[in-house]
Design a protein around this ligand. Structure first.
Ligand code: MG
Length: 387
């Protein structure tokens, strides 16, 4: 099973009705798919959430020529080779994410060749059900938050994640409203999207305890481990971070410092299934839990779900419920959440089939010419940047 070609598809979707979130007004979505084709006619799929042009450079201009002809089953060897090749400009950011897209596709291929789902390759004890939570509740009016939160529960979720970071008054009212809307038996996570400082987080800690936040996510910027450490002992809900972290070397700092309770690697950013698995193992040894971040696309969501299902300390996977077509429509059979869990497919590999008609419809002709817009995490053009 030798690598014959690596194909990228950079997808762009534009909303008819943009919506407001912590980073401004979201006008569209971006994600990159990576297809690894082998000489025996198989194709593995992975995904990357980064600057599409940088992903194209790393995957097509540097890595593909060196990967062609190599054994696709040698995932560890190829990962080390890719990491070594990109180390001088990589380690964190786009290069690491691009490696991850190829790595996830190699896991899909390994599963297809072995006739086993990826989670069973990772662990014989992997579960078939993966808990999933509804992610949304973005800075809305309180009444709209209540309606949305109740809607997630009615749709089959048992956990919801909301965003705070506007003001003490809004944040407290919003948290109480969401708790009331979902009732006492369901869980709520609270994400401060890097907008707090230590004083604010300590002030809000009693409210987080009062609403029984399941976890409190990313209160501070990912470079600011000291603020996370300063919050320890001043909050009695679990603190999480990791969507903006890359690689074992990045997560090692958080885990060794015991700066958080839950780590949130994302296969499409942190270095693929291999690296998310290694981060998960490191967290397990340290007694920490793992709840991968997902925001970009359904390939990523399912890959993250396989990691959660295989890790004894895996908690749950994130489902973007803001109306993201790359989550809702990218797969021929979109995952269904019932009573708070996704039943993962027993089909080999990731067990998914991508809707290639949608891929062709959304494929950008040139990943180096991205139309101005705010794509949830990336802004292009002055009009779309909110500092
Ligand atoms: Mg977050």
């Amino acid at each position: 099973m030798k690598i014959a070609a690596i194909e990228t598809a950079h997808l762009l979707y534009r909303y008819d009705k943009p919506f407001t979130y912590g980073g401004g007004v979201c006008t569209g979505r971006l994600a990159s798919l990576v297809f690894v084709h082998t000489d025996d006619g198989r194709t593995g799929i992975g995904s990357v959430y980064s600057h599409p042009g940088m992903v194209e450079l790393v995957v097509k201009r540097q890595l593909e020529p060196l990967l062609i002809g190599r054994d696709a089953a040698d995932i560890d060897g190829l990962w080390k080779m890719m990491y070594g090749l990109t180390r001088w400009y990589g380690r964190k950011g786009a290069a690491m994410s691009a490696i991850g897209g190829i790595d996830t596709a190699l896991w899909d291929l390994r599963g297809k060749a072995a006739g086993l789902p990826v989670r069973k390759l990772l662990s014989r004890d992997a579960k078939d059900l993966c808990p999933a939570y509804a992610s949304g509740l973005l800075w809305k009016e309180i009444a709209a938050l209540e309606t949305e939160a109740a809607g997630h529960i009615a749709a089959g979720f048992r956990r919801v994640k909301m965003r705070v970071g506007q003001s003490d008054e809004y944040d407290a009212a919003a948290m109480r409203a969401v708790r009331k809307a979902i009732g006492p038996k369901n869980d709520m996570m609270v994400d401060a999207v890097m907008r707090y400082d230590v004083a604010t987080a300590r002030r809000m800690a009693p409210v987080l305890r009062e609403v029984r936040a399941f976890w409190f996510e990313e209160p501070f910027q990912p470079e600011d481990i000291d603020s996370f450490l300063a919050l320890r002992g001043h909050i009695d809900v679990r603190v999480s971070t990791g969507e903006n972290e890359f690689g074992v070397q990045g997560f090692r700092e958080w885990i060794r410092a015991k700066a958080v309770d839950i780590v949130q690697p994302d296969v499409c950013r942190c270095g693929g299934i291999s690296e998310a698995w290694r981060v998960g193992q490191m967290a397990l040894e340290a007694g920490l839990e793992v709840a991968p971040h997902t925001w970009s696309d359904a390939v990523t969501m399912i890959a993250n779900a396989h990691v959660v299902a295989a890790l004894p300390n895996g908690i749950t996977v994130e489902v973007d419920r803001t109306g993201n077509p790359l989550i809702e429509r990218l797969l021929v059979e979109p995952p269904v959440v019932r009573d708070g869990v996704i039943k993962l497919s027993d089909a080999p590999g990731l067990g998914i089939e991508v809707d290639m008609k949608l891929v062709e419809k959304l494929r950008m002709p040139d990943p180096f010419s991205i139309p101005d817009g705010n794509y949830s995490d990336f802004a292009f053009g002055k009009a779309h940047f909110r500092g």
